[in-house]
Design a protein around this ligand. Sequence first.
Ligand code: HEC
Ligand code: HEC
Ligand code: HEC
Ligand code: HEC
Ligand code: HEC
Length: 341
Amino acid sequence: MFNFCLCLALIMLLGCSKKRTPLGNIPVPKMPDKVDLLPSVINVKYHEGVSGVDSCKSCHSEIHAEWQKSFHSKSTHSEAFKKQSDNFNFKGCVSCHAPEAPNFDANRPEARSWKVHEGVTCSACHVVGNRTLGTLGSNAPHRTFKEEKLRTELACISCHQQTVEQWRVSSFKEQNISCQQCHMPYKRRFISDFHKLYNKKDSRSHTFEIDFNNCLKLDLNVSKLTGQIQLKASNTGAGHSIPTGIYGDAALFLEFSVLKGSSVVFFREERLSSQDKTAIPVDGHRIFFYNFRAKPGEKYLVRARAIFNSSNYLEDKILDEIEQPLQTTMQDTQRKKFLLH
Ligand code: HEC
Ligand code: HEC
Ligand code: HEC
Ligand code: HEC
Ligand code: HEC
C-alpha cells in the first residue's frame, strides 16, 4: 500500500511538473526504451501471496473488464476441465489453462500452483519475473520492457500451437493478418486509469471475441454426370481451419435435407472437428455428395445449414444457411436431368 501511494504521489508530481513546464510546446525528446522515468516503485512480480489479476485491475480496470469477459478468464471454470484435469492436479492441463508466464515459443508454459481459478491471467501474457512486457515502451510506474513478439502469433503459439501452424501456411499470414487483428480488434484508448497523466494509445481489445459473420459459405450443386447433389462448404474468413481448436469440443455440423412440401424426405448430418481432422481447411473447402433419388417431375426443396457448436456458447452459431428448389425432368427415356434453380 505504501508503495502504491508513493507511486501515485510520484505520478502526480510528474503530471504537475509537466503542465508547468516553461518549455511550452517544445517537443519533449522521446525517451529511449527501458528507461524508467518513474522509479519502478511497483514490483509487478507475480508470485504466491501477491494478489493476481486484481493487482493489474487496480490501474488497468478497462482492460481487466474486457479480459473478464473473455474465455481466457474462464479457462479453469468449466466442470469438464475440473473433472478431466483431476481437480486441477494434472499439471499437463494446468500449464495452458492457468500458466505462470509467457513462453513465445511452441513449448507449453509452466503450470501455476496458485490462483488457478484466475485462468489465463494478465501475467500469462505480460509478466516474466519482474519484467512487464508490452509493445509501446511506455513510462509506467512499473518497469516495462518492449516485446515485439506480443504483436505476432508468438504471443499465442505456446497454447494454440495447431491453430498457429494452420495460420502460418495461409493467405492470412501472407497478407500480415495476425491473430490479434481478428481476435483483438484495434482500439485507441487510455490503457491505464490515469487519464489525466497519459495520452490515449493505440491498443487492442482484450475480450478475445470471435466474429462468426461471413467466415463460411455454403453452395449447392447437382452433378450433371451422376445426378448426385453436392454441398460445398468454403472457409471464407477464418485464419485457420473451421473449427480449429483440438483441445475443446468445438464442432461444425453440416445439415443437409430435402423437403417435399413440409415433410423431410432425406436428411444427412456431418460432424466436423479438428480432432477428427475433418475441419474445413484454411483458404479451402470441403465437398459432400448426397445420393438423393429424386422422382422425375417432382418438386423438392433442398436445404443446408452450417452450425458451430461448442460448450462455451449457450446457443449454436448458424454460420450459413441456404435453400434451393430442386426439380427433376425426364429429358428422354434414358437420361434424367436434374435442375437446381
Ligand atoms: C497461456 C495459454 C494461452 C495463450 C498464450 C493464449 N491463449 Fe487463447 N486460450 C487459451 C485457453 C486455455 C483457452 C480456452 C479457454 C476456455 O474456453 O475455457 C483459450 C481460448 C481462446 C479463444 C476463445 C475460444 C472460444 O471458444 O471462443 C480465443 C479466440 C483465443 N484463445 C485466442 C488467443 C489469441 C489470439 C492469443 C494470442 C494473442 C491467445 N489466445 C493466447 C490459452 C491461451
Ligand atoms: C499502480 C498502477 C499500475 C499497476 C498496479 C499496474 N500497472 Fe501496468 N501500467 C500502469 C501505467 C500508468 C502504465 C502506462 C500507461 C500509458 O502509457 O498510457 C502501464 C503500462 C502497462 C503496459 C504497457 C507497457 C508498454 O509500454 O507497452 C502493460 C503491458 C502493463 N502496464 C501491464 C500491467 C500488468 C500485467 C499489471 C499487473 C501485473 C500491471 N500493469 C499493473 C499502471 C499500473
Ligand atoms: C492471451 C494473452 C493476453 C492476456 C491474457 C492479456 N493480454 Fe494484454 N495484450 C496482449 C497482446 C498480444 C497485446 C498487444 C497487441 C498488439 O499490440 O498487437 C496486449 C496489449 C496490452 C496493453 C497495451 C500495451 C501494448 O503493449 O500494446 C496493455 C496495457 C495490456 N495488454 C494489459 C493487460 C492486462 C491488464 C491484462 C489482464 C487484465 C491483459 N493485458 C491480459 C495479450 C494479452
Ligand atoms: C481472418 C480472421 C482470423 C484470424 C487471422 C484468426 N482467426 Fe481465429 N477465428 C476466426 C473465426 C471467423 C473463428 C470462428 C470459426 C472457427 O472456429 O474457425 C475463429 C475461431 C478461433 C478459435 C475458437 C474456435 C475454434 O474453432 O476452436 C480460436 C481458439 C482461435 N480462433 C484462435 C486463433 C489464433 C491463435 C489465431 C492466430 C494463429 C487466429 N485465431 C487467427 C477468425 C480469425
Ligand atoms: C497446449 C495447451 C493446452 C493444454 C496442454 C491443454 N489445453 Fe485444454 N484447451 C487449450 C485451448 C487453446 C483450448 C481452447 C480450444 C482450442 O483452441 O483447442 C482448450 C480448451 C479446453 C476445454 C474446453 C473449454 C473449457 O474450458 O471447458 C477443455 C474441457 C479442456 N481444454 C481440457 C483440457 C484438459 C483436461 C487438459 C489436460 C489433459 C488440457 N485441456 C490441456 C489449451 C490446452
